[in-house]
Design a protein around this ligand. Structure first.
Ligand code: FE2
Length: 374
């Protein structure tokens, strides 16, 4: 039996009733939504936004007091929720950004999940993240990978807390409906050794023969700040200009360290504004050190150490440092490149600045002072 048009009945209704009949049958007329579905340029729902370290850190510390880490509980994580995304806990439509706080002598239990994560260390010392048995030591400026489906737990052996930036592809995997999660049978996984992933890549451009790479991510799980800084310095000397940029790559393939988002480090020299550029896809920037400002679609975002900001797709963006600044960033560029959707362009003239972003600041501290007074 094949599809037969002859028995189809004819509908003779007015326009309003016709629209009602479509809605009742879960149908949408394209002619009413075509422009919204296919704008001439990307119209992101992600908003340009900035979270101040001075606003977030006191709340992360308070979370350390209020929330205990135990099996079944989550990591002590504050997600940077973009106000454009209608309450979703995502920093952009594709990227998760958060601050994670691990108190002295605490451990966050072992688990694994299909979303890939990176940790960029902001403050603290004496912490390691075990990734499939490899205990990766964490120091400020280090990048640690906990890629797709790798067991990971975090362990603080020091008397001080550690705070790091968490970057994940969680929103992308949510959209793809491909998230799996599993707790490790033990609270913490066994440790086979410390910093083992680095041992095969001790020299620049050299690797131990016979090492094969997991296709999904870099075999190197820890990128030390010392190496990153040396490379930034060398590049800055060689290239000059207002900004030099590095990408953290899989040393075996030259591709991104994790397959679903890029990890980058940008060094800004003081006193020079970068050209204004725009690109498809969003980025989340973490200010590791230095201070300055970024102009995003004409709005000036002032930033200092520990501040985090997000740039939406196709936003006009440029940066300028007051003091030499190092910005760590994640972006969804690798996915766009694989899908042949990545575009970038430099504007002929730098964009005008039409306003300044005013972050919410000081409200909690003021409330506490008032409470103490009364
Ligand atoms: Fe995790």
């Amino acid at each position: 039996m094949s599809i037969d048009m002859s028995h189809t009945y004819t509908v003779e209704v007015g326009y309003d009733e016709f629209c009602g009949a479509l809605a009742a049958r879960d149908l949408k007329p394209l002619w009413k939504i075509a422009k919204q579905l296919m704008p001439e340029v990307p119209l992101p729902t992600t908003q340009a936004w900035l979270w101040k370290w001075d606003d977030v850190l006191p709340l992360a510390k308070r979370a350390g007091e209020l929330i205990t880490l135990e099996r079944g509980g989550d990591r002590r994580v504050l997600a940077l929720a973009n106000p454009g995304l209608r309450g979703l806990p995502f920093t952009s439509t594709t990227l998760w950004g958060a601050l994670q706080y691990l108190g002295p002598h605490e451990s966050a239990p072992a688990h694994r999940h299909t979303p890939s994560a990176i940790r960029f260390v902001l403050t603290g010392s004496g912490v390691y993240t075990t990734v499939n048995g490899d205990a990766c030591d964490m120091e400020p400026g280090d990048l640690i990978l906990t890629p797709i489906w790798n067991w990971h737990d975090h362990n603080n052996r020091s008397d001080d807390p550690m705070v790091w930036f968490d970057g994940l592809d969680l929103p992308l995997l949510t959209a793809l409906e491909s998230i799996f999660f599993e707790n490790h049978p033990d609270q913490l996984q066994p440790v086979d050794g410390h910093n083992r992933s680095e041992q095969g890549f001790a020299g620049v451009g050299l690797r131990e023969m016979g090492i094969s790479s997991p296709i999904a991510h870099s075999p190197l799980l820890r990128y030390r700040w010392g190496e990153t800084e040396r490379t930034l310095e060398a590049l800055q000397r060689a290239r000059g200009g207002p900004m030099v940029s590095l990408e953290f790559v899989n040393p075996l393939t030259g591709g991104p360290a994790v397959s679903t988002f890029a990890c980058e480090m940008h060094r800004l020299s003081p006193g020079a504004r970068t050209p204004t550029k725009r690109k498809t896809g969003s980025s989340v920037y973490v200010v590791f050190q230095g201070s300055g400002r970024s102009v995003i679609n004409g709005v000036c975002f002032e930033w200092g150490p520990g501040d985090i900001f997000v740039t939406p797709s196709w936003a006009s963006v440029d940066h300028e440092a007051n003091l030499q600044a190092d910005l760590f960033a994640i972006s969804d560029r690798p996915v766009l490149q694989v899908l042949h959707l990545y575009r970038e362009e430099e504007l002929v003239e730098r964009q005008e600045v039409s306003g300044t972003f005013v972050p919410l600041q000081g409200a909690l501290r003021t409330a506490e002072v008032n409470r103490d007074e009364h």
